[in-house]
Structure formats: structure tokens, C-alpha cells
Design a protein. Structure first.
Length: 394
């Protein structure tokens, strides 16, 4: 994962200035976004009967079929042009990041399959689906897959996997209803205690960013909390969420027309979050952070000045640093890096660099102390060099 991010960064930085590069695969890259998405969904459908069945995946009689599906899926993903996603999600870094991770996972799945590492390949292919969630949990705008999960029988999915697949295919109504059913089921909490929190956080992301529905979230949270069986630390976070949602339900909708509107709203979300949180990465402020990310992903396209863009990237980094575990461990680091390059001579760039450095050191510290791998050291040094040379990227 960490390695994937390094290569991505090079890509994200390049892409900031690319648009003019010649590409031999122009026709494929020009295909409409919804069409390419539908093609990916078709590939997912073909792979599904094998993906969640270890034995079927390694069975020699399925080998040719799986190999060709994996290749096809990987090719489709590699031909998607993130630029085309911008009308739906304004924030190009999120688009680049998710697509690039998706491509990396699929390349890995395909290569390891060819090398006979079937279980590794299966896990990589499964992991690739979390990137569908990443983008699809930001906006509902657009279509849904042309097929239903019920059409594929005997999948043996774990609850969390099923919820993710419903979002991958953009069947939001079904996804939310399914998640609510699970969250209200005492058996789910008992048998999948570990997944309960993950599911609750994903539910929250969807209901806030995709559905914009504070009332519905409140109702669900109340039911969950009233049951009294929720682990204490989750109930404590959920109290913070209730506080945010209650205030939100009473709010008048405020339009975001320009940079000033955007930052006023985002700053106010951050202040509210900090007031609810008891410590820096406390999840109790997540509703505020999720709303801040929604405003920023959307509002990014309004920003023209590098200083404003850098500020938005920094805020996204801060929010995602708290919101981790939404299937995007290192997303915040990419935002800090992009921020440092956006307006490289500014004091904000220094701050972004500092937060990236701190996050990397945290990520690699263990009982034996901190041991930052060479690539990561090089990454920091490289970034510093670019900042010193740099003028603002556009
Ligand atoms: C880079 C972000 C991103 C990733 C990664 C991504 N999607 Fe999408 N997807 C979108 C956006 C934005 C839309 C809404 C626009 C649209 O409908 O095409 C969408 C729409 C779709 C649609 C509806 C297309 C239509 O006809 O309107 C399907 C189906 C879909 N995605 C499937 C998938 C699957 C399956 C995956 C994972 C293998 C995936 N997507 C990964 C961003 C993404």
C-alpha cells in the first residue's frame, strides 16, 4: 500500500500539468466515463463467483476464465481517464488516487495469478473493490450498474463485503437498507464485533455525503444506542455524531459560491469537530469532518488561486487523517504532498510538508523505534527539493 502511494504521487504531480501529453490510446481514453464504469461493473460481475470462493479461484478448470477476466478488468481500469470524472467529483486528487490504487491492485492480481500465487491474487482483486467505494461514497450523481447482486447466486459474502459490493454497483438504497438491517441486528454485533464499527463508519459516510440525510442517520443512531449493547467506546463516538447531526438537521442550507463561502464552512466544521473531540484523532468529530470533505471535494473546482487550492488540500489532508479506515489509509499523505507542491514557497507548504513527515514517521514507528525506509526518505527529500525549486503548480 505504501509503495503504491509513492508511485501515485509521481503520477498525481505529473497529472497536474499533463492534459497536453500525447497518448497512443486516445480512443480508449476518450470513451465516456459512465460506459467505462459499466464495463468495470461487468468485469466485477464475471469475477464474483470466483472472488469469494478460495477453492473455485485456484481450481485449474477455472484458470483460463479467471485469467481473461482479470486481464480485461485491469485493461478497462487502465484506460479510464480521471479527467472525465471531474464533472462528478471536482477533486482530481481523489480521482487520481482511487484510480491509481485500483489499477495497482488489479495489476498485482493479474500478475500474481499468472505466477501461480492464487490466494494472493484473489485478495488483491478483492481489495480492488474498496476503491469503488472510495469514489462512490463521495457522490450519488450518475447511474448505477446494469445488474443486481441477487442475480449472482451462492456468493458466500461476509456482511461487510456485501455492503461494499452494493456500493460498488451504486445500489445506494439497497446498501443503506442492508446496512441498517445489520446495525440493528444483535447477532451481527455479537458475531462480527470488529466489523460493526467499520460498517457504522461507512454507513455514516454514505448517509452524510451521498444521501445528505441527517434525520435518517439520527434515527438509526438512536435505535442503536437505545439497545445499550454497543461497546462503550463506539457509543461515546456516536454521542458526538448525534450532537453534530442534531445541529445539522436544524441548519439552513448554505450555498457554496466561491472560495470564501467554502472556507467559511470548512473552518466552522473544523472548529465544531475540535470542540467535540477529546483527543486529536478522536472519531467523535467524524460527522463534521465528513461534511468538510464533502464541501471540499465538491468546492475544489471553484478554486483558482494556488494558495486557495493548497489550503483546500491541506484541509482535506487534516480531515482524512482523522477519518482513516474508510479504506484509504494514506489518502491524507497524498493531500499533504499535493499541498506542499501547490504553493511551494508558502508557510502552508512547510506545514503540509511537516505533517507528511510526521505521518510517515508515525506509520513506521514500532517497538524497535522508528525506521523510515529508504524510499520514504527519498520521497521526502525529493519533495523538499521540488519545493525549493518550485513555482506554484496550476
Ligand atoms: C475514481 C473514482 C471512481 C472509481 C475508482 C470507481 N468509480 Fe464508478 N463511478 C464514479 C463516478 C464519479 C460515477 C458517477 C458518474 C457516472 O454515472 O458515470 C461512477 C459511476 C459508476 C457506475 C454507473 C455508470 C452509469 O451508467 O452512469 C457504475 C456501474 C460504476 N461506477 C461501477 C464502478 C465499479 C464496479 C468500480 C470498482 C471496480 C468503480 N465504479 C470505481 C467514480 C469511480
Amino acid at each position: 500500500m505504501r509503495l503504491a502511494v509513492i508511485s501515485l504521487l509521481a503520477l498525481a504531480v505529473l497529472s497536474a500539468c499533463k492534459s497536453t501529453t500525447n497518448d497512443s490510446t486516445t480512443t480508449a481514453k476518450d470513451a465516456a466515463w459512465p460506459k467505462q464504469m459499466q464495463n468495470m461493473a461487468q468485469d466485477v460481475k464475471k469475477l464474483l463467483p470466483f472472488l469469494y470462493d478460495r477453492e473455485a479461484y485456484r481450481d485449474p478448470k477455472n484458470r483460463d476464465e479467471i485469467r481473461s477476466y482479470l486481464r480485461e478488468f485491469s485493461q478497462v481500469a487502465h484506460h479510464i481517464n480521471p479527467e472525465k470524472g471531474k464533472p462528478f467529483i471536482g477533486d482530481d486528487l481523489l480521482l487520481e488516487y482511487s484510480l491509481s490504487n485500483l489499477k495497482d491492485d488489479l495489476t498485482r492480481a493479474s500478475k500474481s495469478f499468472d505466477a501461480g500465487q492464487y490466494e494472493y491474487s484473489r485478495l488483491a482483486a478483492k481489495a480492488s473493490l474498496s476503491h469503488c467505494f472510495q469514489c462512490h461514497s463521495v457522490t450519488q450523481a450518475g447511474g448505477k450498474a446494469g445488474w443486481d447482486l441477487e442475480q449472482v447466486h451462492n456468493l458466500g459474502l461476509q456482511p461487510l463485503e456485501k455492503a461494499d459490493l452494493l456500493v460498488a454497483t451504486r445500489k445506494y438504497d439497497k446498501a443503506l437498507a442492508y446496512m441498517e438491517g445489520l446495525l440493528n441486528s444483535p447477532e451481527f454485533l455479537q458475531n462480527h464485533a470488529f466489523d460493526f464499527e467499520s460498517l457504522l463508519r461507512r454507513y455514516l459516510a454514505l448517509i452524510i455525503r451521498v444521501e445528505n440525510a441527517p434525520q435518517r442517520a439520527l434515527k438509526e443512531l438512536d435505535k442503536i444506542l437505545e439497545r445499550g449493547a454497543t461497546p462503550h467506546y463506539i457509543a461515546e463516538q456516536a454521542n458526538g455524531w448525534r450532537q453534530s447531526l442534531t445541529a445539522w438537521a436544524k441548519e439552513k442550507k448554505q450555498p457554496i459560491r466561491n472560495a470564501k463561502d467554502l472556507f467559511a464552512q470548512v473552518d466552522s466544521r473544523f472548529k465544531k469537530a475540535a470542540a467535540i473531540q477529546h483527543f486529536e484523532k478522536d472519531h467523535a468529530g467524524d460527522v463534521e469532518y465528513l461534511r468538510a470533505t464533502a464541501a471540499l471535494h465538491e468546492g475544489m473546482k471553484l478554486l483558482k488561486a494556488p494558495a486557495d487550492q493548497a489550503r483546500a488540500l491541506y484541509m482535506l489532508g487534516r480531515a482524512y487523517e482523522v477519518l482513516d479506515e474508510l479504506g484509504s489509509w494514506n489518502l491524507h499523505e497524498s493531500y499533504y504532498e499535493a499541498c506542499a507542491l501547490k504553493d511551494p514557497k508558502s508557510s502552508l507548504a512547510e506545514r503540509c510538508f511537516g505533517r507528511l513527515e510526521a505521518s510517515l514517521y508515525m506509520g513506521y514507528s514500532g517497538s524497535a523505534g522508528t525506521n523510515l525506509p529508504l524510499e520514504e526518505r527519498a520521497r521526502l527529500k525529493n519533495l523538499k527539493d521540488q519545493m525549493q525549486r518550485g513555482t506554484a503548480t496550476h
